[in-house]
Ligand binder design. Structure first.
Ligand code: SF4
Ligand code: SF4
Length: 170
């Protein structure tokens, strides 16, 4: 595939993904939609974007799950890269187990589904007591604090990612 074909494929995937998100937004009864100021655990934000844990949060989450931090990273995270910036770890979505512990191929950005820790059946975050600060920012009834979101991305860099996944390859 040449560069133009790759770009076209990317645009089509983005378009399809946007349509998927819009359909899910119509489907979910979020607090924002219901005019509430309290989370009703509809899972929409866990579907739009799985949380990004801070490097400093990895240990408590691993402890909660009875894992070593390296195991947590290998089993539940994928390495991603911000536009023009650095590498960071994000939770995989359910169905992305095949790329856990590895760099996320760009086309997998458009995978559909919830964060691996969201239980659709019980409508809960399975790591709720130790959920990342990023999760606590996702209050759909108020405007997202973009500075805080940027700070989450900026808390990571390649060296920090390699602390957990020393051998990942871009
Ligand atoms: S914060 Fe997220 S899970 Fe809670 S109601 Fe809003 S969209 Fe749903
Ligand atoms: S960690 Fe919990 S709150 Fe965050 S996206 Fe996953 S399920 Fe949702």
């Amino acid at each position: 595939m040449n560069i133009f074909e790759v770009m076209l494929q990317g645009m089509l995937m983005q378009e399809r993904y946007n349509a998927y998100i819009e359909a899910e937004e119509r489907e979910h009864q979020s607090a924002e939609k219901l005019g509430l100021k309290e989370c009703v655990r509809c899972g929409l934000c866990c579907l739009r974007r799985p949380c990004i844990p801070l490097p400093s949060e990895m240990k408590s989450i691993a402890d909660f799950l009875g894992l070593e931090v390296e195991e947590l990273a290998k089993k539940y995270t994928t390495v991603d890269k911000t536009r023009g910036a650095d590498y960071f770890l994000r939770w995989i979505k359910a169905g992305q187990e095949d790329i856990a512990g590895e760099f996320m191929p760009w086309e997998r950005t458009y995978d559909e589904g919830y964060c691996v820790f969201y239980s659709e059946e019980e409508k809960i975050c399975r790591i709720y007591p130790v959920r990342p600060a990023d999760a606590r920012m996702q209050n759909c009834w108020e405007e997202l604090d973009q500075e805080a979101v940027s700070a989450t991305f900026n808390a990571w860099n390649e060296g920090k990612v390699r602390r957990f996944l020393p051998n990942f390859e871009d």
